[in-house]
Design a protein around this ligand. Structure first.
Ligand SMILES: *Cc1c(COP(=O)(O)O)cnc(C)c1O
Length: 422
């Protein structure tokens, strides 16, 4: 029986062979490589095909029961299902499932609680934050006054005394926690205590750790954060998209108005259907087991790399990712070179600055590695040892062509018993 992906390729082969080739190539690439990008995952076949369904055909501007277009009967049902499951999953009262992505969720969240020029206290991208938390060239850094907090230079962890000092000094209206490259548990209660002390609101952007938060593998941002934004495609393993949650009814109304008509037009109803499906999957007990395994795998990979002479920022990981400082293994090794060599060998990851990196953001001294995608494919802790060996063999060879080719073939063979969900 051909699976639905084969059917899609056969369909495309009959009408657009040029695109069929591209999609087939990408499927093979995913199938035969090891995906270590911390923000990526492989969704289930059901989520893939719900996202590719006829739900894409509809305009549904507005919200369930209050649409600007006719014919929304089933779209109301799908959006309500997504909202209800999101609320159940995160234990909160309101969810807006329309943001097209995490950055859009943050734009709407900022607009719901801030006026242009208001002060925001956040971790900058160079220390592990996200560009939508205040980078100069982003909307956030353009329209708001951003005050940076940093990490403790010794522990490379959040320095709450410093965050409190900055909050008292700058009286921000919003404090942001939740990051793109931070491997430790976030103490949401401590953040809320600081926010309350200075009359700020607390926003938790759990884009990376959403799956872990939903399953109790990382503490929940509720009831501490008044605003919670997320993506749905990282550890949560849903379609590419965003979401905003809160427990406060007044805030929920403001958020809804800012998502639509404030920031977006018509919602992506095929993606909202796929979100409902993915949230249903995440409510199953097996998803908790998956999230626990993601962390076990990250810790196993971290230990293997440390044993091979790499330094991990903050000394290790509590979640799905790690930030690897390459210099103790080889002072000349850069993140940019490592990323390029590893890709040749079939290991996909991204270079990442480490805190106080002396190299530029396009070169860097680090790699960010995450285990959500490999764990979805069924790899366990013993496999992480092999992944660590391959990483070190390629980097240790300085990208030697023969080594990369050999590792590429070994990985192609290794991947065979771990098929992608089609
Ligand atoms: C990934 C990420 C986002 C944005 O996600 P997009 O869907 O790419 O817009 C926002 N915040 C954090 C902390 C992230 O890691």
């Amino acid at each position: 029986m051909p699976n639905m992906s084969d059917q899609l390729l056969a369909l495309l082969g009959g009408c657009d062979s040029e695109l069929a080739k591209i999609l087939a190539g990408e499927r093979t690439r995913q199938e035969t490589t090891l995906e270590l990008i911390a923000s990526e995952n492989h969704v289930s076949a059901a989520v893939t095909h719900a996202a590719g369904s006829w739900m894409t055909n509809k305009y549904a501007e507005g919200y369930p029961g209050k649409r600007y277009y006719g014919g929304c009967e089933f779209h109301d049902l799908a959006e309500n299902l997504a909202r209800d499951r999101a609320k159940q999953l995160f234990g909160c009262k309101f969810a807006n499932v329309q943001p097209h992505c995490g950055a859009n969720a943050n734009i709407a969240a900022f607009m719901a609680v801030l006026n242009p020029g208001d002060t925001v206290l956040s971790l900058p991208i160079k220390s592990g934050g996200h560009l939508s938390h205040g980078l100069k060239v982003n909307f956030s850094g353009t329209f708001y006054k951003i005050v940076d907090y940093g990490l403790d230079p010794t522990t490379e962890r959040l320095d709450f005394d410093e965050i409190e000092r900055l909050a008292i000094e700058h009286k921000p209206k919003l404090i942001i926690c939740g990051y793109s490259a931070y491997s430790r548990v976030i103490d949401f209660a401590r953040f809320r205590a600081i926010a309350d002390m200075v009359g700020a609101l607390l926003m938790a952007d759990i884009a990376h750790i959403a799956g872990l938060c939903a399953t109790g593998v990382h503490p929940s941002p509720f009831p501490h954060a008044q605003l919670v934004t997320t993506t749905t495609h990282k550890t949560l393993r849903g379609p590419r998209g965003g979401m905003i949650m809160t427990n406060d009814e007044e805030l929920a109304t403001k958020i809804d108005r800012k998502v639509f008509p404030g920031v977006q037009g018509g919602p992506l109803m095929h993606i909202i259907a796929a979100k409902a499906l993915a949230f249903g999957e995440a409510l199953q007990p097996s998803f908790k087991t998956y999230c626990q395994q993601v962390v076990k795998n990250a810790q196993a990979l971290a230990a293997e790399l440390q044993a091979r002479g790499y330094r991990l920022c903050s000394g290790g990981t509590d979640n799905h990712l790690m930030l690897v400082d390459l210099r103790p293994r080889d002072a000349d090794l850069t993140g940019a070179d490592a990323e390029k060599w590893l890709e040749k060998a079939g290991i996909i990851c991204n270079k990442n600055g480490i805190p106080n990196d002396p190299r530029s953001p396009v070169v860097t001294s680090g790699l960010r590695l995450g285990t959500p995608a490999l764990t979805t494919r069924g790899l366990g802790e013993a496999d992480m040892k092999r992944v660590g060996e391959w990483l070190d063999r390629v980097m240790g060879s300085k990208g030697d062509a023969e080594t990369c080719t050999n590792v590429r073939e070994e990985i192609r063979e290794f991947c065979k018993p771990f098929p992608l969900p089609h």
